[in-house]
Design a protein around this ligand. Sequence first.
Ligand code: MLT
Ligand code: MN
Ligand code: ZN
Length: 286
Amino acid sequence: MRVVVLGTAAGGGLPQWNCACELCERSREGDPAVLPRLQDCVAVSATGRNWYLLNASPDLRAQIIATPELTPGPGRRQTPVRGALLTDAELDHTLGLALLREGPLTVWAPPPVLDAVAVRPVVAHYQHWDWYPAEGVFRLDEGRLECAVFPLSGKRPRYARDAADAPDWVVAYRLTDVTTGGSLVYAPCLARWPEGFDEFVSGATHGLLDGTFLGPDEMSRTTGRDDQVGMGHLPITESLPLLGSTRWHYTHLNNTNPVVARDCAARGRIEAAGAAIAEDGARFDL
Ligand code: MLT
Ligand code: MN
Ligand code: ZN
């Protein structure tokens, strides 16, 4: 399975359009230690013929154009982008679907997300799309990619505040290439390390994990906001001691997170624990 990391920033990206914090300023000014980051999104394929997006970021047009694997052709309107798997209904993970409205596309998402995605009724006017519930285990890519779903939390986007409670508003995926045995866990929104998650990730080759925040009081220190816990992102300092043998890469990095800078001292601690900071454009063959 080939994995292309299309973006590693949380909602807003780096720099964020309305933010003049130190890290956004450094990336805006071209500081080589703080490279710009596009919003969290990944592309995967086992056959190389069919590609599946993990989440659909608002930066998707630029991400697809920058990725040779996703180039259209040879037919005039032929694209290897077959589908998208959504981990949640947040705008930074779903707005990109609107950019693919010329479709068609197949989307898998946990049932509450299928009902909530704000752009679903919009794209329905442009092309026929197929929408499937992401539950249990299913196969993609001519049967070569096995996809397992793990419900993580009931955290829903603000625009869906009044929708019904469900345990799978946010999920993780484990994709396994049944030919090579390589596997990738994708969990960019992890509120806590839930019971059963260790078993779900056990033996996975690579993982992309929620790295939104480095520490628990980052939002209050940098922006004065006191709602960090409600945002549903376990800080790196709290997930780091829980990592097993999977090679984890932290992604969905908020622009408040000092680890977006290559010269951040905390990177040493993360690397000592066997983990890494994900980078835009990284590729893994699993
Ligand atoms: C999140 O990851 O918590 C959401 O994307 C926050 C947001 O963009 O409103
Ligand atoms: Mn987000
Ligand atoms: Zn900022």
